[in-house]
Structures are given as C-alpha cells and as structure tokens.
Design a protein around this ligand. Sequence first.
Ligand code: GLN
Length: 546
Amino acid sequence: MKTKFIFITGGVLSSLGKGLASSSIGALMESRGLTITLLKFDPYINVDPGTMNPFQHGEVFVTDDGAETDLDLGHYERYTHTKLSQKNNCTTGRIYHSVITKERRGDYLGGTVQVIPHITDEIKRTIMELADDVDVVITEVGGTVGDIESLPFLEAIRQFKVDVGRENVCYIHLTLVPYIKTAGELKTKPTQHSVKGLSEIGIQPDILLCRTDRLLPPEIKAKIALFCNVEQDAVITAKDVETIYEVPIVFHQEGLDEKIIELLHMWTKAPNLSMWEEIVQKIKNPLDEVYIAVVGKYVNLRDSYKSLNEALAHGGLANECLVNLEHVDSEEIERNGIGDDISRADGILVPGGFGQRGIEGKIEVIRYAREHRVPFFGICLGMQLAVTEYVRNVAGLERAHSAEFDPDTPDPVIYLMKEWTNYQKETVEQRHEGSDKGGTMRLGAYPCHLLEGSFAYEAYKEEDISERHRHRYEFNTRYRELLTNKGMRISGLSPDNELVEIIEIPDHPWFLGCQFHPEFKSRPWSPHPLFREFIGASLNAKRSGG
Ligand code: GLN
C-alpha cells in the first residue's frame, strides 16, 4: 500500500489538545491494523527543547536514541506502538540549521537560498524520511493558524498534497466551539475564522475536530459544514472527557477513523478498541485509592511532570486503584518542615530536576521516608539525593553533597565522571566542569544489569533491562563500599559495572532510587514495573495503616 499522510493543524487558541488528538488518531489507525508513525513540527528557533525551561515549555521527553523532544512525543508513545527517534520531532531551528549547513558546504552553489523552496523542501524531506516503512505518517504542526512562525510548515504541507496526490493526503483541523452561557448557545464563528485563515494559505481542511464541552447537535454541524466547506460527517465533536484515554473511543464513536480511511481511499480491518475500553473501564472503576506526594520544584505546572503523572496513573491501573497526587514544593518544606501533605502520604516520590532550589527540602523529605518506612521512589535527581541523605545521616559524612550543588564538598558522593562509556555512540567521552552544557549529558537508552532478589529484579523479573537517561552527574564509585557496608544495596549497574543505576534500602518496605527516567517508558496498557511496584507498596502501606 502507498503511504498516506495525515496533517493536523490547530486553530483559535493553544491547549486544545492537538497532541492528544494526533496520538488518538494514531491509536485509531493502529486499531485497524495499520502501521503508523508520528511527527511533530515545532515552530520555535531552538534546535531542540533540551535547553528550555520546563516552566515555559513543559517536560522534555527523551527517546531511546537520546533525542530531547517535545512532550507531545510522550503522548505519541503512550497511545501507539510506534518507536520514536530524533526524526520524529523537528523545529524551525533544526530546519534552518540543516539548510544553512548545506549552503555553507556549497550544495546550492549559484542559487539564492530562500524560504520557498529551500526551507519548505527541507520540511517536506523531513516528512518523507518517515514514510518508508509505514502505512500512515501523522504530522502535527505546532502552534496556531495565524502565527507568523508556523507559516513555512503550513506552506510545506500545502505543497505536499500536490506532490503526492490528493487521495494520499488528509488535512485535519482542531478548533474550538465554545458554549456561551449568557447567550445559551454554541458559537461557530471562531471555527469559521480559523478555517478562513487556513484557506487563505491554500489549505482546505477535510475534517474538523471541534473541541467543545457538549455534543454538537446536527444543526450546528450542518452550519459549520456549510460555512467551512467540509462534509457534514467530517465535522467531529471532540468533547471534553473524564480521562484522556477515552479520546480514541469518543473519536471513533463520532466516526473519525471511518471518515479518514474513506478520504484516504484505504481498506482496513474493522477497528478493535477493546484495549482502550478496558483501560477506561479500569480508570473509571477503581477498587481503592492511594495518596502520593511528589516533592519537586516545578509544582505549579502540571506539564513539567507530564510523563511522570501518567506513569503514576498507569501504576494505579496495574493495581486497580486511583492515584491521588499532591505536588509538594520542597522549598515549602525548607521553610516550614514536614507538613501534613507529607505525613499523610501513602508513598513519596522525588522526581528528576536541575538547579539548587529546594534541594535541602528534598533531602529532608527523603530522610522522613526512610525513617518512617514510607514507600519511596527517587528518580534521577531523586536517586542522587537519596544517596546524599544516606551518606550524611547513616554513614555520618555530614558534609557530603552532590558536586552539582556544592563543588567544594569534601565528600562528592554524586560527581561528574571524567571519563565514561557512551553506549549510544559507542565512544568513551571526557567531561569536566567547564564542558558544554549541551554535549555532556548522558542521554537516551542505556543497558542495566539487575541484582537478583532486589526490589528492582522483583519488579522487572528480568536480569537485563534498558532505560532512558537525561543527566550529567553520577554516583561516585568511591563511596560504593562505604554505602553497601552501611546497608544500602546497589541493585542495578551498567554492563561494565562502572555506573550505578539503581540503589535500594533492603531493610525498608520499598525504597528505590534509579538514575534513569522510567516514566518515559510506561504505557497505559503496559504500566512500568517500577511504578506498578511503587504504587503496590504504597497501597500495602495504606492498608496496613503504615
Ligand atoms: N541535575 C542532575 C544531573 O544533571 C539530575 C538530572 C535529572 O534529574 N534529570 O545529573
């Protein structure tokens, strides 16, 4: 079968859920037995979001090949079985970077390099590069129609239809149909304007996804169809839902996948959504609930811990329980000590993070979890601080710290490894305090060997695993012996035994810290083993009144 292309654009305003819509369309295509991949274009100039503040841009999602990507790629991986890489996220910065590199090399010798055709060609090449092994390439264009920045991307996807033939391309536009209380009416004008904006640049949408809080009645659909020049059954209600995993189901009920395959002249198997129905059924009917305190810094912005929040919910799914999350600001703990939001928690989690703020508060909370035998899960920075806490308070080296936060500490238990094996590039790399910020991170999937009988092994039930990393500092091997003598267990190591990947306290109901980010690999249909076990342990703690 010839590869088909779906393009998803957004109108009216941001945050309508374009990423979830794209992911759900991916899920629907897979439910019909098609193979797919997803691509996200981000119109900003940064080459990737790696250096961006999570307050501004939300979580940085990491793929197996070590790409630092937009958080929408996290949704893509949670909703579909596609394997994503650097090729699946592309920014304006990356496009220009590659065009300018070619220009300097002399590839365009004699020509004037311009947005059209050089930039648009590069954009189209990026899409085409993904088309080889799949039935459908789903491309989401970031931003909102009307933005100056996204124009070259829209122009490129307009040209795309001419290049590959109209029967191979489907344009889907996500828009808003607000209900105005004072008028008691659903309003179609924002949608009309948005589609007009899109038509002006030459794109006539085939399908409209109308975000709304209620089902659109037939007369509203007819009105939108008439004014926006689409078929009435191509006006799809994208109603607010209780859980995000319901989106594929409601889209299907609205006939979205049927319409897509009709427009793209495809024949597929009948859709099978039983997996999604089961997930939603479980989410809506939990048998119990737990309360988890997540102690971090970016507490005001849920987007900065997107994958983490989802992985915790998946851990709940595996235990058929609802996970109530409270994000606790660790600076608050520094000011006022351990409060009620911590002491009533069934489990405590310290996630990854960068920067000095709130570090001592996190260490304080880890001490509390260790001493009060509350199930504890430390991720990346959370693991590093668990090690610091243990060295300080159990091994008695009071001034121990991570060299990231105290470069002059006499006991740098977490440090910059001068030389390390980069399994991604199969090279040995050098690193020092003055190294480039971008180049020195340990990024992407690394192998890890587990110790039999440990919490980690009990979770994975496998000796060899692979998990994704995004950090600069490491456990200082100099302290391994001291820590193990004092009762800490090292349960995960790199194949060369140099890098400590998992630590545990065996004499505790469940205390585990890992140097990697397991949340990136959790799926609703396949909850991550560590999240499953952590929520299970928290549930046990609650049931035993601990
Ligand atoms: N700041 C720490 C480091 O760079 C931890 C990073 C993280 O938690 N992702 O090593």
